[in-house]
Design a protein around this ligand. Structure first.
Ligand SMILES: O=C(O)CNC(=O)[C@H](CS)NC(=O)CCC(=O)C(=O)O
Length: 272
């Protein structure tokens, strides 16, 4: 009852063709390492100023999702990718920050729109205001994946969502085994917050946490923290990427997950 996952770490920029070429190359590496599910970080196909995403926004049957669907089909794997600039019909000046989960036939099986938007001043000079150009989603999304015969229930989240434990509580209450946190976590916040937040979500909910991240300097002043990693349901860090574009693999072990929950059934001990 094990599933191998491959998490891709990228240093994406505004050059969509270059980013996609790197995605294709690292997906091939992940597939040859035996991954049945390849997870790309937030903003894999395009990382620029949020407002620059508005003109390239697409609907979910557009060419960008098509590129990731062809990666899924080529290797016969599940693929997830986030930060896709999805057209927002209600407001032409905004996009959704969307994660799609694509099956090995290239069919989109789940769509999650980032709920919590990153409006924050991360140091004296650098300020983000995602809500200027992104519309928030409002739906919790889970999906039962069948990965080579193993059924895995996943809950989707993106980046800044990680700071809102109530989201993961609700996903856990819906019975998820695994949560995804594809990110472009800033260097300034990441060095103090990334690991403790991921690890806490894993421990308190007894789930696998899969967190593919961007790393390094993208342009101007924007740097991402990297440390793409996997935490198991005990809170042990199973894998963590060095500072380069690469793939890390890990095994999601449903037998181990069940034993952690059986020995300490925190979900059934909740009183509030
Ligand atoms: O900018 C884009 O193109 C897409 N959006 C992102 O990369 C988002 C919003 S700027 N980044 C985060 O949520 C970082 C959160 C973070 O770093 C923290 O919570 O500390």
């Amino acid at each position: 009852m094990k599933v191998r996952v491959g998490l891709v770490q990228l240093r994406s920029d505004r050059d969509v063709e270059r980013n996609l070429a790197t995605c294709r190359k690292l997906a091939a590496d992940a597939a040859s390492d035996g991954a049945g599910w390849i997870l790309f970080p937030e903003n894999a196909p395009f990382l620029g100023a949020d407002k620059d995403k508005v003109p390239i926004a697409e609907s979910l049957d557009g060419p960008l999702v098509g590129e990731f669907a062809s990666i899924a089909k080529k290797h016969g794997v599940w693929v997830s990718v986030a930060g896709l600039p999805e057209k927002c019909d209600a407001d032409p000046n905004k996009t959704y920050n969307t994660q799609v989960l694509i099956d090995p036939q290239g069919v989109t099986q789940a769509v999650y729109r980032k709920i919590h938007l990153f409006d924050a001043q991360v140091d004296d000079h650098i300020k983000y205001k995602e809500s200027d150009s992104v519309a928030p989603g409002d739906e919790l999304v889970t999906h039962v994946m069948d990965i080579n015969g193993v059924k895995l229930k996943v809950g989707l989240s993106i980046c800044y969502d990680l700071r809102f434990p109530e989201l993961y509580r609700r996903l856990r209450a819906e019975g998820v085994d695994v949560v995804t946190v594809p990110s472009a976590f800033t260097l300034q916040t990441g060095r103090d917050h990334w690991h403790p937040l991921l690890r806490a979500r894993a421990i308190e909910n007894q789930v696998y946490v899969l967190a593919p991240d961007q790393y390094g300097l993208h342009f101007g002043t924007r740097s991402s923290y990297g440390h793409t990693c996997v935490y198991d349901p005990w809170g042990h860090m199973q894998a963590c990427a060095p500072d380069r574009e690469c793939v890390v693999t890990a095994d999601v072990d449903l037998g181990y997950l069940a034993s952690v929950r059986q020995r300490m059934p925190v979900e059934s001990h909740r009183r509030l």
